[in-house]
Ligand binder design. Structure first.
Ligand SMILES: [Zn+2]
Length: 129
């Protein structure tokens, strides 16, 4: 697996470990875990002390992807775009989405009480000839 992102991941992990170890209590204790990343047939492995492991857990759990706009109320899908349109069920999400759907339905079906509809439906057929 060759990917510049793989090398960037290893660099970011090393920098993270260094940042946490710089402020960790001394002694920080033995390694409690190791993380290995395979890149280009090789492998980079980092040992994590307890405080580094706890900090990594917190960082991962607190991460919020900027593309994550929550769950769709209709299908439970997680692929809502920035306009809250669901890529799974193709419906707009939430109260705002419900308003859009209601407006769209009104535009799709003409109101039978409008003068134009009354005129068209009430017009008598003209005799041929
Ligand atoms: Zn949906």
């Amino acid at each position: 697996m060759t990917s510049p992102v793989g090398y960037e991941l290893v660099t970011a992990l090393r920098e993270f470990v260094e940042r946490i170890e710089a402020v960790a209590p001394v002694p920080d204790g033995p390694a409690v875990a190791s993380v290995s990343v395979s890149i280009d047939g090789g492998e980079a492995s980092l040992s994590l002390s307890g405080s580094v492991a706890v900090s990594l857990i917190m960082a991962l759990r607190e991460y919020h992807d900027p593309r994550d706009n929550g769950r769709c109320e209709h299908c439970g899908g997680r692929r809502l775009d920035s306009n809250l349109m669901c890529a799974d069920c193709q419906r707009p999400n939430g109260v705002f989405g419900q308003l859009i759907m209601e407006r769209a339905a009104r535009h799709a079906a003409p109101d039978p009480d409008t003068d134009l509809v009354k005129d068209l439906t009430a017009a008598p057929e003209r005799p041929a000839g």
